[in-house]
Design a protein around this ligand. Structure first.
Ligand SMILES: [Zn+2]
Length: 441
């Protein structure tokens, strides 16, 4: 028998599609009847959608549409489709600009979220009975907090919800004392804790009990140099996962093969791929690159149809030795984070990946100083990169080397300022921010 949390994960893909087609019909009827937002938006088009392919006739829902909907009818928006009394939980999505977005769930929505989340953590190597140190931020309604805890409990794990806010020392001492086998956190938190163990506990993190680590919340887990650093520090298996607050927490996960994240949202979210420029659908095939578009298939409280979360991905594989039939993706980051330097698309995570490969000459910490408005510039990109204490190069050599490699590999021109170890603020409990808005030079 294949080792998965849920048999639907290994069902033939045409069976999954049939299920999605049937759920889509029910969901569209539901949103047109119950959500003011979607009644106006797709009520007249509803009859045209008979198959999953027909979804293309419906308009997209953008992040800004959701923001406008929330403002137009507080507190939960025009798109709310359940009675407020049926809502049992309200989460907040981090929101890159100003106002946080609120996401509501009914009891059944939580069950749907948990079905996806438990598949994710199982694929990441967690098992019922495992003790799990939870080191994502717990505050501000962030779904990495409470929602991940609910997923882990649904899977049957024992959760230790200390959260990132507990701080390095408390987290490391608790791991040393309780000896959990598993941990979940952002990649920057995992790397930071791993590096601090020797100072705090007098022994390396690899001598602690953690053997399975699930990372998410920011890009990095799937980048070879970042994964290797974490695996070496902890002597543990590190796997990536991904999702977003609008549909729970997490619904993509790496399996034992660790070469791309499987779709884990069968029966809950239908996924399309589109060209972010022309907005045309792209068939899901090996090597296809595009932006993910999500449609919730059984969402009661705040349903979304054809929602553009902004993740740009490449389909890395349609099948896998593990038996899961959900296709696998590699992520390039959020479209929101993407920079355009002289017309070339550059993802900050890709820059970080290259800088990390130069450890220990660098510590891997860097900032991209944005001295321009928006995301597009014709000037070289200005970077601050931290030099490691153990570096055998001079700052001048290191800067010139990195500028050359970034130009060759990413076709991006940079001006790099090398700064001493410790001068770039560590992310600690927060997500690592690679971009910093600065004044013009
Ligand atoms: Zn697999």
């Amino acid at each position: 028998m294949t080792d998965v949390f849920d048999e639907l994960e290994v069902a033939p893909w045409n069976e999954v599609s049939r299920l999605h087609e049937q759920l889509l019909q029910q969901q569209l009827d539901y949103v047109v009847e119950r959500s003011e937002f979607y009644r106006d938006r797709i009520g007249a088009l509803r009859g045209q959608v008979r198959s999953l392919e027909d979804l293309r006739y419906l308009p997209f829902t953008a992040k800004d549409d959701v923001r406008q909907s929330l403002l137009a009818k507080p507190p939960l928006g025009l798109h709310l489709a359940a009675e407020p009394s049926e809502v049992v939980q309200i989460q907040s999505s981090s929101g890159t600009t100003g106002m946080p977005t609120f996401v509501a769930a009914t009891k059944r929505d939580l069950e749907t979220w948990n079905s996806m989340g438990a598949r994710v953590f199982y694929a990441n190597g967690f098992r019922p009975g495992d003790w799990v140190m939870h080191a994502y931020a717990m505050g501000r309604g962030f779904v990495g907090g409470l929602v991940n805890i609910e997923h882990l409990q649904h899977l049957g794990c024992a959760v230790i919800p200390l959260g990132a806010e507990s701080g390095t020392e408390r987290l490391l001492r608790a791991i040393d004392h309780l000896k959990p086998r598993a941990m979940c956190a952002t990649p920057s938190m995992v790397a930071y804790l791993g590096a601090a163990a020797q100072d705090v506990l007098g022994k390396p993190a690899s001598e602690l009990s953690i053997r399975a680590i699930s990372v998410g919340g920011e890009p990095g887990g799937g980048i070879p140099a970042i994964r290797e650093n974490m695996e070496q520090l902890w002597g543990a298996d590190v796997r990536d996962m991904m999702g977003g607050a609008d549909f729970g927490s997490t619904y993509w996960a790496e399996c034992d093969e660790k070469d791309g994240m499987h779709l884990c949202s069968q029966g809950a979210l239908h996924v399309e791929l589109i060209d972010p420029d022309t907005l045309d659908p792209i068939p899901i095939s090996e090597g296809a690159t595009g932006e993910i578009v999500y449609t919730a298939l059984r969402r009661e409280a705040t349903p979304l149809v054809r929602y553009r979360m902004g993740d740009i991905v490449t389909v890395s594989s349609l099948d896998c030795r593990c038996g899961r039939t959900g296709f696998k993706i590699k992520t390039h980051g959020r479209a929101d984070d993407m920079l355009i330097v002289r017309g070339v698309n550059v993802f900050p995570a890709a820059i970080k990946d290259i800088v990390m490969q130069y450890a220990p000459d660098t510590t891997g910490y860097l900032k991209i100083d944005l001295d321009f408005d928006g995301h597009s510039t014709y000037e070289p990109l200005r970077l601050r990169v931290e030099m490691g204490k153990a570096s055998v190069r001079t700052p001048e050599e290191l800067g010139a080397t990195l500028e050359g490699v970034l130009r060759d590999q990413l076709t991006v021109r940079t001006v790099i300022q090398i700064v001493p170890e410790g001068s770039i603020e560590r992310p600690g409990a927060a997500k690592e921010k690679l971009l910093e808005r600065v004044g013009r030079p």
